[in-house]
Design a protein around this ligand. Structure first.
Ligand SMILES: *[C@@H]1O[C@H](CO)[C@@H](O)[C@H](O)[C@H]1NC(C)=O
Ligand SMILES: *[C@@H]1O[C@H](CO)[C@@H](O)[C@H](O)[C@H]1NC(C)=O
Ligand SMILES: *[C@@H]1O[C@H](CO)[C@@H](O)[C@H](O)[C@H]1NC(C)=O
Length: 189
């Protein structure tokens, strides 16, 4: 009896995994926010309308390009494709992130990109999926070489105490180390 029971349980968990894939679940890369939490408002008060709702409906309808596009607009920094505060564009930031994710976890990146490739024909941002697939097609070793690090300069032009500037440098170093270990521990399919 217990043996059959465990077989049934295995089947059920397999089924729920398959269902999850079919109903368009989130991942640990571009679509990192839990859809139910975004939908019920518990994912954070930083999420700007209407992007939370767009994210939820796009993920649920397997419109992955729309979902990633919404994700990059949720914090309110981007207007259209422009992120003025950082003098950059959503497309550029996406490309940077994509290269970082691919180098950090090639297997997970491949699984995610392959899934986005099956995006709904109603996806309004197939271009976003194509950018992500483009990075998958690039040579991994070449990407590893160009994986950039950012530097900051402590200069008299910035109105902050020198000590805070050094604190920031210290913090960035720790953050980078944490990020490295977090990437190693990332959940895979
Ligand atoms: C929101 O959704 C999450 C994930 O399903 C759940 O754990 C949480 O209890 C929900 N919170 C509210 C207030 O509904
Ligand atoms: C914004 O970015 C462009 C292109 O990368 C650069 O040429 C320009 O100098 C930057 N402007 C500012 C204010 O940083
Ligand atoms: C994406 O889908 C197209 C069409 O189905 C297929 O030819 C291509 O190999 C797929 N690419 C990836 C990386 O899955």
């Amino acid at each position: 009896m217990p043996k059959y029971f465990s077989i049934i349980l295995k089947w059920l968990s397999f089924l729920s995994m398959a269902m999850g894939a079919l109903t368009g679940k989130t991942d640990h890369l571009f679509l990192d926010l839990d859809v139910d939490q975004v939908a019920n408002g518990t994912a954070g008060s930083w999420i700007r309308a209407p992007w939370g709702e767009s994210y939820v409906s796009a993920v649920r309808e397997s419109r992955y390009g729309d979902a990633v596009w919404a994700r990059y607009h949720m914090d309110g920094r981007a207007k259209g494709n422009i992120i003025e505060a950082d003098n950059t564009t959503v497309t550029e930031e996406l490309l940077d992130d994509a290269m970082g994710y691919r180098v950090g976890n090639p297997d997970l990146y491949k699984a995610v990109a392959t899934r986005y490739n099956t995006t709904s024909s109603n996806d309004g941002h197939r271009d976003v999926v194509d950018i992500i697939l483009g990075v998958l097609a690039e040579n991994l070793h070449a990407l590893e070489k160009r994986d950039t690090t950012y530097s900051i300069k402590c200069s008299s032009a910035n109105l902050a105490p020198r000590s805070e500037c050094y604190d920031l440098l210290e913090y960035m170093h720790e953050y980078r180390t944490d990020l490295g270990s977090a990437r190693d521990g990332i959940v895979t399919y």
